[in-house]
Every structure is written in C-alpha cells, then in structure tokens.
Design a protein around this ligand. Structure first.
Ligand code: IPD
Length: 261
C-alpha cells in the first residue's frame, strides 16, 4: 500500500501545483474573481473555486477512477458530504476565498486523502507564496507555545457571534487572522504559530492540514477536548498539549455537522 499511497500523494502534489497556477492566473482577471455568496454574506465563492475543484476532480478521476470525493463546491452544489471507508479526496479548491477576492496572499489549495475514515496525507499549496506543505501519516509528537491563530467562520447569527467573541475574550495573545484554515494549520505545523482553533470550519478546510499538523508533531483536539471529529466543524490544532489546553477557554458550540443528512 505504501508505494500506492506515495503514487496517489505525488498526484495530489502535481494537481495542487496545476490548480495553484490557475488560481494565480485568475488573480490577474477580475471576472474570475466575481463574487457569489453561499450560506451567508461572508461565505464567498467565485467561478475560479468551481473551476479549480472541477480540474482537480477530473484529473484524479482519470488516474484513480474508483476514488470518491468530498469537495467544497460540489457539496455547495448539492452533493452529499459523506465520509466512508473508501479512498476519498477531500478538497478545498481555494481555501481563503475572501483573500483571493482581495488579492491578499494567503490562498491555499487544500487536499486531504482519507482511507478507512482516517486522513492518510495532506497537501496544502499556498499558491501565491508558492509554498507547498505536505505530510503523510506516521506518528505523534509535541511542540511549543506563543501565538494563537483563529478564524471567525462565515456564520453571522447573533448567538454564534456571541460565542466566538466570548472565546476570544477568554484567550490572551490573539493575533490578526489569516483567513485560510489550511494556511493557519500549516503555520502551526511549521512552528510560526503555536495554536489555531475554529468552530464553524468545514472538513475540506482542515482535512489536509490535519495530517500536516500531526506529522509535524502537533496535536489535534475537539474544542471541548477529546479526539477531533473532522465532520463536526470544531477543531484545535496546537504545537503541544499545554497550548491545546486553550480548549478550557473556548465557548464551544455545535454547528450543523458536515455529514448531517
Ligand atoms: C474558509 C477559510 C476560513 C475559515 C472559514 C472557511 P473558504 O474557507 O478556511 O479560514 O474561517 O470557516 O469557510 O470558504 O475560503 O474555502
């Protein structure tokens, strides 16, 4: 299985680069950054998100016809978001669409690959910085504390916003936000940021980053402690167990699960 997995991962890296090139080109064409909204006025999508997801899925289907997909834009278009034991590509074609729309340079193509419901490898290509983060599942370790990154998600209902701000009040040393969950997780993995948490994120935002954090020695948790469930839309990624205790300060809530019927 190892060589097979490496072959699949190599394809993920190649297609992420190809997708990144499309994203970079689209930045020079305003039409390709025309904004449509999804679940709320801050949940954005562009035709480039859809085009890039199509490109990735078609490329993978040609090479691995039996594999399954969970793609942000396919789910937005009505496809089921169901994780099975089958080999599954979990794709966010542009993680950081808001940044993309504003040409703010933290935009990532995020690809996680799961077998038996476990993420086997992750590829996050921060395409404007031309930084490729990858990891394959191997083992667990620990890291160190100082900066915490967070995001605000795209739900602006009063109760949700209250909880987000309640968590922010409880946590010290909050920096600015980067607006890409995938890039935030790679910052944790590379030691630039010591923790990232979010409630309201989606499986395609964090699938690839999850294995990159763990393989770099980081820890993933649910925001109330305990094991992370990628479909639950709740995550803490941290460089060690101490930082992960920020879970004590988070005013947790439970958004509708990604795999809700
Ligand atoms: C968003 C980013 C952002 C997070 C949002 C996501 P998108 O993904 O990951 O960091 O706060 O919850 O929806 O929409 O740019 O692919």
């Amino acid at each position: 299985m190892d060589d097979v997995l490496q072959n699949i991962m190599d394809h993920a890296v190649a297609v992420a680069r190809e997708a990144g090139q499309v994203v970079r080109e689209a930045l020079c064409d305003e039409k390709q950054r025309d904004v449509m909204t999804k679940s709320s006025t801050v949940d954005l999508v562009t035709q480039t998100d859809q085009r890039v997801e199509h490109l990735i899925i078609q490329s993978v289907k040609k090479k691995f016809p039996t594999h399954r997909f969970i793609g942000e834009e396919s789910v937005a278009a009505g496809e089921a978001c169901v994780l099975t034991d089958d080999p599954t590509w979990i794709i966010d074609p542009i993680d950081g669409t808001t940044n993309f729309v504003h040409s703010f340079p933290f935009v990532a193509v995020s690809i996680g690959f799961s077998v038996d419901k476990k993420i086997q490898f992750g590829v996050v290509y921060s395409c404007l910085e031309d930084k490729m983060f990858t990891a394959r599942r191997v083992s667990d370790q620990e890291g160190q504390r100082s900066i915490i990154a967070t995001e605000f998600g795209s739900n602006r209902e009063t109760e949700t916003v209250e909880k987000i701000f309640s968590s922010l009040r409880n946590i010290l040393n909050i920096p600015g936000c980067v607006l890409s969950a995938a890039v935030n997780m790679c910052l944790v993995a590379s030691g630039c940021v010591e923790a990232y948490y979010e409630v309201g994120v989606h499986v395609w935002d964090v699938a690839a980053g999850s294995v990159i954090v763990e393989e770099a020695g980081g820890v993933l948790m649910d925001v109330e402690g305990g094991p992370v469930d990628l479909m639950s839309r709740r995550i803490v990624a941290a460089n060690n167990g101490t930082v992960a205790h920020i879970v004590k300060e988070i005013d947790a809530f439970s958004p509708t699960r990604d795999d809700a019927p």
